[in-house]
Ligand binder design. Structure first.
Ligand SMILES: [Zn+2]
Ligand SMILES: [Zn+2]
Length: 234
């Protein structure tokens, strides 16, 4: 059955989309360069590449308070990345997710281990999206990363309400962030102190910040994030 499936749906290269040899590799060696690693020096918080090595924070992180302590996006969100993400999320090419997860482990395992996360928590998607896609792309990444690094994954710790959340327990910044993004922690009292949030693409940081704030409202002490890609809008 497996072989038949492979004949009908051969694994494809996440970059050029051509079929792969059946040798277990995720990407053609010559296609690896199509995904661009975000290089050092990086902003200490959001992980964006910075021109000046002397500064710890980018202007965005200097002016805004983020609830997370630090984060590490892996690749730039270029055209190849965009296509590979469509194949992954909308066309169900889960091998693309496996490739991203294995690259995250290859390049960022040191950074992840230094965070000492007790658990990986994927950014939740709405029920509607889950229905359309059949899976949460960030959860799949988290599971694959967790398997390789031996860190447990808690996909149910956050949920997407898609609507304004109960506000009476929240205060200040946390209230605003959570409401804007409809992110809710399913526990009032999480037992994890350090949590690494996993997402596919970092954009404004708003969603990840809302996740971090919900987890910290519920008792987490420190949060960081890892994403496969980042596109910085400002
Ligand atoms: Zn290729
Ligand atoms: Zn930054």
């Amino acid at each position: 059955m497996d072989n038949l499936l492979k004949m009908i749906f051969p694994p494809r290269c996440p970059a050029c989309r051509e079929p792969m040899e059946d040798d277990g590799s995720y990407i053609h060696p010559e296609c690896e360069k199509a995904f661009k690693l975000i290089t050092e020096p990086r902003c200490f918080k959001c992980g964006r590449h910075m021109e000046e090595a002397e500064k710890a924070l980018c202007p965005e992180c200097e002016s805004k308070t983020h609830m997370y302590s630090y984060g590490f996006p892996l690749f730039e969100y270029n055209d190849t990345a965009q296509k590979a993400m469509i194949d992954y999320k909308k066309n169900g090419w889960k091998r693309n997710g496996e490739y991203f997860a294995s690259e995250i482990v290859k390049h960022l395992s040191g950074q992840i281990k230094r965070m000492k996360p007790e658990v990986l928590v994927p950014v939740p998607i709405t029920k509607k999206r889950l229905g359309e896609r059949g899976f949460n792309q960030s959860e799949y990444l988290a599971i694959k990363i967790g398997e390789k690094l031996g860190i447990p994954v808690e996909p149910g710790l956050l949920k997407r309400t898609g609507a304004a959340v109960q506000q009476k327990k929240l205060s200040g910044t946390a209230r605003k962030e959570n409401t804007d993004y409809g992110i809710e922690c399913t526990s009032d009292n999480v037992s994890y102190r350090r949590i690494c949030i996993i997402d596919d693409v970092y954009t404004t940081g708003g969603t990840i910040n809302a996740c971090a704030s919900a987890l910290m409202e519920a008792g987490a002490v420190e949060t960081g994030f890892v994403t496969a890609f980042a596109v910085y809008l400002s």
